[in-house]
Design a protein around this ligand. Structure first.
Ligand SMILES: CC(C)(COP(=O)(O)OP(=O)(O)OC[C@H]1O[C@@H](n2cnc3c(N)ncnc32)[C@H](O)[C@@H]1OP(=O)(O)O)[C@@H](O)C(=O)NCCC(=O)NCCS
Length: 157
């Protein structure tokens, strides 16, 4: 199994363009067009209060997670994906844990996300790390694709 580390994307680093190109390629492969951030990735990353972590496998992107904290109360996991060759090796869990940790340092009370209920691996992973289903939003992704809204609350004491 290859060695890998979780890295925070630094927009000033020399390899930033290559990393974003890698991520856009993975994004296009995994997600249908209307669900993909491929075309708006750069804009998303420029937004204030957002961050991106990726797993670095000898300079190659294994997976990535994008998160944002639009308010001091709530953060959002906007994207999580692992390249097929690197699945079931712990990247997804490590990325999500790292993103949760980043959100915690912002002192938010809740992290929320949306996931298609048919994405069983993702659903299992979110549940494993403590997320609970809030409600089902019909037609969230497209007319025939729903989403669970899920959340993870932190103790406020
Ligand atoms: C969801 C995803 C990110 C998981 O990444 P991964 O690196 O393979 O996951 P990990 O190896 O870290 O597994 C962590 C947990 O996820 C769940 N999981 C992962 N793959 C699974 C599978 N094929 N079937 C069932 N559960 C699975 C399990 O709970 C697993 O814990 P366990 O190993 O103790 O059983 C990956 O499958 C993926 O990119 N899917 C397509 C994109 C997607 O659905 N993104 C989320 C919606 S935005």
């Amino acid at each position: 199994m290859a060695n890998w580390v979780i890295v925070e994307l630094n927009r000033n680093s020399t390899n930033c363009t290559k990393i974003i190109e890698d991520i856009v390629r993975i994004e296009k492969n995994i997600f249908p067009k209307h669900e993909s951030l491929a075309r708006s990735f750069d804009d998303e990353l420029r937004k204030k209060n957002s961050g991106l972590l990726y797993s670095d496998v000898n300079g190659e992107v294994g997976g990535y997670v994008m998160y944002s904290w639009p308010s001091s109360l709530c953060a959002t996991i906007t994207k999580l994906a692992v390249k097929e060759d690197f699945r079931r090796q712990g990247h997804g869990e490590a990325l999500l844990k790292a993103a949760i940790q980043k959100c915690r340092t912002r002192n938010v009370q809740r992290i929320s996300l949306h996931v298609d209920p048919t994405r069983i691996p993702a659903l299992n992973l979110y549940k494993k790390l403590g997320f609970q289903v809030d409600n089902l939003i019909e037609g969230y992704y497209s007319s025939d694709r729903n989403a669970y809204r899920m959340y993870l609350d932190f103790d406020t004491d």
